[in-house]
Design a protein around this ligand. Sequence first.
Ligand code: FAD
Length: 457
Amino acid sequence: MKIVVVGGGPGGYVAAIKAAMLGAEVTVIEKRRVGGTCLNVGCIPTKALLASSSMLMSVKEAKDFGINIEGEINPDFSAIMDRKDKIVNQLISGIEFLFEKRGVQLINGFGKLVDKNTIEVTKEGGVKEIVKADKIILANGSTPVVPRMFPYDGKVVITSDEVLSLKEIPESLLIVGGGVIGCEIGQFFRTLGTEVTIVEMAEQILINEDKDVAKQLHRQFKKDKIKVITGIGVQTCEVVDNKAVATLSNGKQITAQYALVSVGRRPNLDNSGVEELGIEMERGKIVVNEHLETNVEGIYAIGDLINTPFLAHVASKEGMVAVENALGKSKTVNYLAVPRCVYTEPEVAGVGKTEKQLQAEGIEYHVGQFDFRGLGKAQAIGHFQGFIKILADNDDKIVGAAIVGPHATDLLTELSLAVALELTVEEVGDVIHAHPSLSEGLMEALHDVHGECVHAA
Ligand code: FAD
């Protein structure tokens, strides 16, 4: 069985390795370097940069821990960027190594579907190659959306693709969109000294989370002196004297060295051959069935191309499931427990339903909450801002959870497991949690659902 994967991001490269492990002959067609958005201009570079800003914050807080650090503490921006590039390059080499080890063939070029078994690859210099396949997995990923009103030039009006390779710390940065990307990048640059303004059209930042969760991060942004404007949109934006000048819907003007447009992403389907082949689309995304197969038999689509959360871990899981189905299995993805993580300080993480979703769906629910402030470990490490919230239905089943606070993105896993396996509050709350650990907070929040939290304030 010959499987061809278009796109070498976390969806495509994981699919390719899995297919090879299952005995298929595999070719990946990738127009850039493997790793996709995630490794090149997404998850990994942002987290590497945030690790530097977090280190800077820690060093500045050292005195509170009884450590004296002499002299001025300054970020070395080019060293920060070099560190980020080194991490990215290392991980990309790791994927290339795994391809070699598993016998995955990599063709560098732009892949276009010709028919259900044929892809035309345009390589450097316009050279064409025809690649044949028994089954095709489309994993072309996505690109930032820039609404027409923004005079995008990649220099002053930029997207996340460019902001991650700036050459110096900007004096000022206007961020349009207070989603995950806007919040992470905003806090990174603010920590390095940039004047940051986030403009979010919705009533709150992190619109996918509940108000109380977003509010906690908003409060930190206020302390950080990040200007956050919510409930107001950008009406016009122009570049004047090499600066971005935005006029908001309330008439206020904001001038900044850069305007970062982070309002969403759209599937990479220009000139992909998808429409010509009659692959069903809805609102610019490919429609697939529960086995991730399109309406054209033998062609699967995964990751940022389809209407599931735009997240690397979702793309990878879909890649593995699509491959298994292409090889004759009948697998589906469990979307009940998709972790949502924001790597700001404090971190924000959620899984399953939010309160607003439960309310909209008319589902009765019970809430348990515990503040990190009441936790010995959180006090010991000096990070006790935030809380854990558990949502349970009338059958005591854990249907959702949110964490704002230290190590929230790692702590979430226990609750993801609980939501995915449809465990009850009693089942998980009865498990002994280590003391002192941040995970004790999960146990306390679970106990709080039944009004039995021993350390409730
Ligand atoms: P992509 O990663 O976009 O990969 C698609 C690949 O296909 C690309 O390499 C592209 O070059 C290639 N390609 C496209 N068309 C063709 C063609 N015709 N021929 C050949 N090759 C082609 N997600 C998380 O889970 N956690 C995070 O912390 C996180 N942080 C992010 C931060 C930023 C700044 C951004 C922008 C995104 C972040 N994401 C994060 C989202 C995550 O990067 C994406 O959801 C994920 O990369 C999608 O994987 P994919 O394989 O579907 O597509």
